[in-house]
Ligand binder design. Structure first.
Ligand SMILES: [Zn+2]
Length: 135
């Protein structure tokens, strides 16, 4: 890693200090996992949802790349290592009760393993739409 990269990591750790480490504040479920919503940083596209344990979250917050915990394979899975569809981290936030993580990324290519841009492109459902009452 470059010296510049090390300096950026130090700045990040200082920024965490006031509220404590986000790894300590995150409310992992009974399986030690947290759902992570992945969003394209500049368009707002909702790309996918994956799961992170504490270590996957730590890697995601400190390495500039999104890492998930694969529940099916029981191993860490850094997005893009095999597919080339890398997710570069731009920002992250815990939700109001710290049990869901939002990660905004620069997505390379398709986010979904089926080859679509997002995991939500392929199966739109029919719904009854609601609207606020007219004045
Ligand atoms: Zn998908």
């Amino acid at each position: 890693m470059s010296e510049q990269g090390d300096e950026e990591l130090e700045r990040d750790e200082e920024a965490w200090t006031p509220g404590g480490s986000p790894l300590d504040r995150a409310a992992f479920n009974a399986d030690g996992l947290l759902p992570a919503v992945i969003q394209q940083w500049n368009t707002g596209e909702l790309l996918m949802l994956g799961w992170m344990d504490r270590e996957a979250m730590r890697r995601t917050l400190t390495e500039g790349r999104v890492t998930f915990w694969s529940r099916s394979r029981q191993e860490y899975w850094r997005k893009g290592d095999t597919s080339g569809h890398v997710q570069y981290v731009r920002s992250a936030a815990l939700d109001c009760d710290a049990d869901t993580l939002l990660v905004q990324v620069e997505q390379v290519g398709a986010a979904c393993h089926t080859g679509t841009r997002t995991c939500f492109d392929g199966d739109p459902l029919e719904v009854v739409q609601g609207f606020p009452p007219a004045d």
